[in-house]
Design a protein around this ligand. Structure first.
Ligand code: NAD
Length: 502
């Protein structure tokens, strides 16, 4: 039996923000969308509408991009010293930290996620992201070279490079880590002197809107950060296709990522794409099962499986297969479903009823194909709850194994040797994350070298750090966020040549 969030627990600030009228943040001011169009904000734990957000039209998108372009060229931002941008970022980090309890509650009510998760991941990691990226603002530099210029032997030249902001960035986010995703996209923009139009998912826009207010409070000049809300088909598409955009930073599904890549390539826009995954978790013959079994369970069931790197395919050495499946099933059965604000809940609802139907359809298709399914049931009621599932006996080519489900559904397979494990592990169109569980250094190294994934974890899964570049290969993405690569991708190099004869 599950219930909805008890909204009387909300701080006054969080309650007022959720229910209050929300507009679009453009050029440092709040305004209603054209025609005052709005979309509902749903609490997935109860299915209840708790507020409304604006539905931005193509004209609203245009206003936001024009404001971002103006701010990019305004000396107040363009000539601002790097250490001053750093100070603004640190102020923003501090404001987010101080607002932590309310922000986490807003996120939990809007997304369904557990309060511990929104506190530790969405809020705290956002603070650390801003602090980490703030340090980069003063450390961006080019190089110098002595030029040979062989066809002008009597002349001398010095060569050098400098980095400049890439320009106006369009950032489009999914719903699974809303605030953190917004800050991952915002922080490198502020550090490098770019400007941004942020479009959060229409399902989870609230914390990005609160972030806009905090940017204003931190002293970010008007127009540097613009936040617009609306559907992907209208607002997202208009933003991507706007000629005033220099770079698109997109996180979302492979399907939408492909259309963005096509548009960006045709129009010579910079882009990076952080897309879907079907990440393998491999338990080798010499794995420590005491660690690997809970590791496998939480790699898939954490955040209700709504994690791009979720360990959704467990490849288990045949010697351990039954023990691991039984162990994961036991953990799954012990998971208490409930609303995110309730600290006793171990798994919240899925983000929406529509998404739950998609997840349940995948599990039903596996059942129809004759697979054994433990769990994987819809919980009757108004919240979009779904019990964690473990599936065995399915062909590895089945769509439930090959396609991203983005829910708490684990498909498990036995393997005989490393070659078979690697063939299965690399046997999807995705390449986002992968983990190998082993006590052997040689085994760890062998898998690290041969797994086709943006991140390979050893005896752990889903660990991200701001200093590590994060991205995918194959259909999981192009380019990187975070780390040095994430910063540099917001800059363009300019080469300089200076004549330097005596
Ligand atoms: P989605 O692709 O449906 O939507 C993502 C965002 O794109 C939303 O803001 C949406 O409004 C917008 N959008 C939709 N259609 C658009 C269009 N035609 N033009 C421009 N924008 C458009 O994805 P989702 O369901 O919100 O999120 C789940 C997906 O995100 C999963 O595939 C997951 O793997 C992926 N994801 C990837 C990462 C990563 O870092 N690789 C992280 C989190 C989530």
């Amino acid at each position: 039996m599950t219930t909805g969030n008890d909204l009387s627990q909300l701080t006054t600030k969080a309650a007022a923000f959720i229910a209050g009228k929300k507009g679009l943040f453009i050029g440092g001011e709040w305004r209603a969308a054209e025609g005052d169009e709005t979309l509902p904000v749903i609490d997935p734990s109860s299915g209840r509408e708790v507020g409304r957000i604006a539905q931005a039209s193509a004209a609203d998108v245009d206003a936001a991009v024009v404001a971002a372009r103006r701010a990019l060229e305004n000396p107040a931002w363009a000539r601002m010293r790097a250490h001053q941008r750093e100070e603004i970022m640190l102020r923003l980090a501090e404001l987010i930290r101080a607002e932590g309890p309310s922000l986490a509650q807003i996120e939990t009510v809007n997304s369904g996620k557990l309060i511990a998760n929104t506190r530790l991941f969405d809020v705290d990691l956002s603070v650390h992201t801003l602090r980490y990226m703030a340090g980069w603002a003063t450390k961006l530099h080019g190089e110098t070279m002595d030029l040979a210029v062989p066809y002008l032997p009597d002349m001398r030249f010095n060569g050098f490079t400098r980095r400049f902001p890439v320009g106006v960035v369009a950032a489009i986010m999914p719903w699974n880590v809303p605030l953190c995703q917004a800050v991952w996209k915002l922080a490198p923009v502020l550090a490098t002197g770019c400007t941004i139009v942020l479009k959060p998912s229409e399902l989870t826009s609230l914390t990005a809107l609160r972030l806009a207010e905090l940017c204003d409070e931190a002293g970010v000049p008007p127009g540097v950060v613009n936040v617009i809300t609306g559907t992907g088909e209208v607002t997202g598409k208009a933003l991507v296709e706007h000629p005033g955009i220099d770079k698109i930073n997109f996180t979302g599904s492979t399907r939408v990522g492909q259309t963005i890549a096509e548009h960006a390539a045709r129009n010579f826009k910079h882009y990076n794409l952080e897309l879907g995954g079907k990440s393998p978790l491999i338990i080798a013959e010499d794995a420590d099962l005491e660690k690997a079994i809970p590791g496998a369970a939480w790699a898939i069931y954490g955040n209700s499986g709504q994690n791009c790197c979720a360990g959704s395919r467990a490849l288990i050495h045949e010697k351990h297969f039954e023990k691991v499946v039984a162990g994961v099933a036991e953990i799954a059965a012990s998971i208490r479903l409930g609303p995110g604000l309730d600290k006793a809940s171990m798994m919240g609802p899925l983000v929406s009823m529509t998404h739950r139907t998609r997840v349940a359809d995948h599990v039903d298709r596996a059942r129809s194909a004759g697979a054994q399914v433990i769990g994987g049931e819809i919980v009757e009621g108004d919240g979009s709850y779904f019990t964690p599932a473990i599936i065995t006996g399915l062909d590895h080519g089945h769509p439930t194994v090959q396609q991203e489900i983005f829910g708490p559904v684990l498909c498990a397979f036995p393997f005989k040797d490393d070659e078979e494990a690697l063939r299965l592990a690399n046997g999807t169109v995705f390449g986002l994350g992968a983990s190998i569980w082993t006590e052997g250094l040689t085994t760890a190294n062998r898998y690290f070298e041969r797994l086709k994934a943006g991140t390979v974890w050893i005896n752990t899964h889903n660990i991200l750090d701001l200093s590590l570049p994060f991205g995918g290969v194959k259909q999981s993405g192009v380019g990187f966020e975070l780390g040095r690569e994430g910063i540099l991708s917001h800059t363009v190099l300019r080469a300089g040549v200076m004549r330097s004869d005596d």
